[in-house]
Structure formats: C-alpha cells, structure tokens
Write a protein that binds this ligand. Structure first.
Ligand code: SF4
Ligand code: MG
Length: 317
C-alpha cells in the first residue's frame, strides 16, 4: 500500500549533489493466496525493486507491506525472521545467484540451517527429496554449480527457495536468462509446484508474453508506477492504458486476442530517468493521447470493475 523505494546516489565529490532515484513511487496492489500476479515492464521500471522491497531485501522508504493483514514494513529483525521463512525469492541469473564454492547439498541446506528446520539425516533426506522435486537426482547433491547448465541451476535455485517450505515466492525473471527451449520447462515446473503446494507467486518478467500463461492477474509498471492491473485474460483482450496497449503491440507473435487498437501502437523514445520523471503522468512523453491535464495531474489507479484497475486520465472522459 503506497509503497515507495527511493535510492540516493552521491554524484561526484560534492555532497550537495545528491540524486534521488524514485525506483518505486507510490505503488499499491494485492496478491491473493494461491494466485500468481505477473508484474511486467521495461527494464528499470521498478519491478525487481518492488519484489525485493515487499520481502524486505530492501528497506521501504514509505508505505505498508501487509502480509495476512500484518504490516511487516516496520518489523525489526527478530520479528521479521518468522516472515522471512514464508517468503522466498528465485533470482534472474542462475549463474550469479548460486555460491560457486558450495555444493548443491549445502546450497539447498543453508536456508534450513538458518531457520533451524532440520539437521543430520533428516536434513539430508529433505535435500534429496527437494532435488527429486525439481527433477534432479540425488546423485547431484555433492556437485558444484559450475557442473550444471543454466536450466539445471535454476532448478537448484528453486529447490533452495522450497527448502524452508515457503508460502509466497517472488520469481524475479526466472526464465529470462534461459534458452527458449528450457523456459517452458521451468514455467511448467513452477506451475506444478504451485498446484501441489498451494504457493503464491509474484512473477516478474520484462514482457507480457512471458507471464500470459502463468498469471492469474497481471500488473504493468512504468517508471516506478503501476499503470494497470487486471485479470490475465482481460488485460490481453481489453488493455485500457496506452502503455499496456503499446507493450502488447510489441509482442512479436501474432495474437488473435489482441484488439485492433493494440496492434497499431508503436512506442517511441526511451524511458525517462527516474531521477527526473515527467510531471503528472510519467508516461506522457511517450503517449500519443497526452492532453494538457496529463502534465499537471498524476493519474491515480482507478477501479474500472471486474478487478481491472488503470491509471490514465482518458478514463475520466
Ligand atoms: Fe497518456 Fe495522459 Fe493517460 Fe498518461 S494520463 S497515459 S499521458 S492519456
Ligand atoms: Mg530486474
């Protein structure tokens, strides 16, 4: 609720010259138990930062993070520990996110150690079980990350996330770095795990085609703001925000679900700097519908019915 995450950067040696990067700028949304919320947007739009902030890998600058109704934004380390176990993360780069000096067994066992979940034989059995769960045999346990392919490493990352039996997993572009042929396997596995374990996902991706099949609902971010959220089917059929329409039109595969208006939009120019975002609607510098009010008033996310929300002044017309 109204989540903000700002980073400050010192430019040069002059202390006065401090830049504030508004990575996440007043974002509100909900995720229901057992569903997958897809979160998409161009790189630098704040989707990873949103994910990391809601599980407190980053400290929020402002706002509330309600988990089962409890605001975990301000919890101290001791109280946070209980929630850390419920919330895990799968990272984008399966090469960088596994410690190359640790065996697979230690990588998967480490979160169990941190949370004092199992030791000795029980710990070992759980590690073997997790390896089976992600489709790697237990004979892989004593090997090192460099001995595996990207897809296999991502499976190890998933096993590590599952080691503490979490409820909620943030999947931060888990397939973006993988070969196309492997992507579907990993998505299907995440889907199966969700059914079996009742998991809830926030699934981050940079394009809409990647989240289409796994998401119950999809949110679209632009320059630190959430501009549209809707049920997956609805968003692809009836996008109302000009940015969502542009993103959909950039999907290379012809998609019969796309509306005629979405097919025609081409997005020009780059995303402006989050240090100096445009006044009013941040998308106005690239929006072909921009009106006078768009530079003056920042549109708020409006409920347009059927769990469809969008932030655009066109909705007032
Ligand atoms: Fe375009 Fe204005 Fe809507 Fe922003 S508020 S998306 S500039 S029409
Ligand atoms: Mg990212």
């Amino acid at each position: 609720k109204n989540l903000k995450k700002f980073f400050t950067k010192n430019k040069g040696f002059i202390k006065k010259n401090v830049e504030v990067v508004k990575a996440v700028d007043d974002v509100s949304f909900y995720i229901k138990r057992g569903e997958t919320l897809g979160l998409v947007g161009e790189s630098g739009c704040g989707k990873s930062t949103t994910g990391r902030t809601i599980i407190r890998l980053y400290e929020p600058t402002a706002g509330e993070i309600l988990y089962d109704g409890k605001d975990i934004a301000k919890l101290g380390n001791h109280d946070l520990m209980k929630y850390r176990r419920k919330m895990q993360m799968i990272f984008q780069d399966p090469y960088a996110s596994l410690n190359s000096r640790m065996t697979v067994s230690d990588i998967i066992g480490e979160p169990m150690d941190i949370h004092h979940l199992a030791s000795g034989k029980e710990r070992e059995d759980r590690i073997y079980e997790l390896l089976e769960t992600v489709g790697l045999g237990k004979d892989h346990a004593s090997r090192y990350p460099h001995e595996f392919s990207g897809g296999q490493r991502q499976r190890i990352g998933i096993a590590r996330a599952l080691a503490v039996d979490p409820e909620f997993i943030i999947c931060d572009e888990p397939i973006s770095a993988l070969d196309v042929s492997i992507q579907a396997q990993v998505v299907n596995m995440l889907d199966d795990l969700q059914q079996e374990r009742g998991l809830t996902y926030l699934f981050i991706a940079h394009d809409l085609s990647m989240v289409k099949h796994i998401s119950s609902r999809v949110g679209v971010m632009y320059l630190g703001s959430l501009v549209e959220v809707a049920k997956s089917g609805e968003l692809y059929k009836n996008p109302v925000h000009p940015y969502t329409q542009a993103l959909l039109s950039s999907i290379p595969i012809p998609d019969p679900d796309l509306t005629e208006s979405a097919k025609r939009i081409v997005l020009e120019g780059d995303v402006p700097s989050p240090v100096n975002p445009p006044s009013g609607c941040k998308f106005r510098t690239r929006c072909r519908y921009a009106m006078d009010i768009c530079s003056e008033v920042d549109p708020v996310l409006k409920d347009i019915g059927g769990e469809h929300f969008a932030a655009c002044h066109l909705l007032d017309k």
